[in-house]
Design a protein around this ligand. Structure first.
Ligand SMILES: C[S@@+](CC[C@H](N)C(=O)[O-])C[C@H]1O[C@@H](n2cnc3c(N)ncnc32)[C@H](O)[C@@H]1O
Length: 279
């Protein structure tokens, strides 16, 4: 918890901004790590050509379009196909055989951004013969990112990087089988979206919406403070069915969290976990 008496003016203005956003738009960034928030807001101030944080607060309180713009800076909508390929390889090696024992299963991609993590998992499960049994929930708090995820376009200049990642991730065919190209853009094949629900869901304020067998949440919790991370971890735990899997990737861990004794570690570097059976 921040001690308000020790904050300088910039920090106090940031607290007021986050409180204002919460009161006006119900989006809760109050539990985000301050180092990241300070960087993001400073960047937004210069791009949006606003003089200071108090002016920014005044602007977004009266102008929802300005708030939408600010959201693009606060939420960090970056992703790529088969990002950190070893994570997907680890899923092939450690999760797929278990999911094969289910007649159907649900996968939740929490903080899916513009959809690359979802499309990567959809391709992986397709190649493992599991696609028909899978239902994917791709959630995020940024409506612009969710719309992009649903449309499934990506820049053609990313193809070579994505193809390399796909191969490193253990891809079994050719990445070019999964998109159509034209006019500087590529679009993922529509079949990859068939079993997907895209939805607005916040790890900071929303609750369990389905029982799932696999949660993938990467590069999201790094922006949260400890209590907010604990909230998200509890949400994942409560959403997972018996012996469900949690994938965090290399940047996050359950080690310092409230759920550290509730999951078994399946892989250490790529951070795949499995919910422990109740004793
Ligand atoms: C850096 S991106 C990570 C995208 C993807 N998971 C990946 O690793 O490539 C972080 C995403 O988390 C989302 N996010 C931030 N706060 C969130 C929250 N409270 N609930 C759900 N998603 C959130 C952001 O909108 C953004 O799309």
């Amino acid at each position: 918890m921040l001690d308000a008496e020790n904050l300088d003016s910039f920090e106090i203005e940031i607290e007021l901004l986050l409180e204002g956003i919460f009161r006006k738009y119900r989006s809760d960034f109050r539990g985000y790590s301050r180092a990241s928030i300070y960087r993001r807001i400073n960047h937004a101030l210069s791009v949006m050509k606003v003089e200071g944080v108090s002016q920014l607060l005044g602007k977004i309180l009266t102008d929802p379009v300005a708030y939408d713009t600010l959201l693009q800076y606060i939420t960090i909508p970056t992703s790529e196909m088969f990002r950190d390929p070893e994570y997907f390889e680890a899923i092939r090696q450690n999760v797929v055989s278990h999911l094969k024992t289910y007649p159907s299963f649900k996968v939740w991609i929490a903080g899916c951004s513009t959809g690359e993590e979802l499309y990567s998992l959809a391709i992986l499960f397709y190649e493992e013969g599991l696609f028909e049994r899978a239902r994917f929930y791709a959630t995020d708090i940024n409506p612009v990112s969710l719309k992009k995820a649903e449309e499934g376009f990506f820049p053609l200049d990313q193809v070579s990087k994505y193809t390399q990642n796909y191969q490193k991730a253990g891809g079994k065919s050719s990445f070019s089988n999964y998109y159509q190209a034209g006019y500087g853009l590529a679009k993922f094949s529509p079949f990859l979206r068939e079993n997907v629900v895209f939805a607005d869901h916040s790890l900071a304020t929303d609750s369990v919406f389905a029982e799932v067998e696999f949660v993938s949440c990467r590069n999201v919790l790094i922006y949260f403070n400890r209590p907010l991370q604990d909230r998200a971890f509890q949400l994942f735990y409560d959403s997972l069915g018996t012996r469900g899997f949690l994938g965090l990737g290399s940047k996050e861990t359950t080690s310092f969290s409230n759920v550290k004794n509730k999951f078994d570690e399946v892989t250490s570097l790529t951070r795949l976990y499995r919910k422990r059976s109740l004793a």
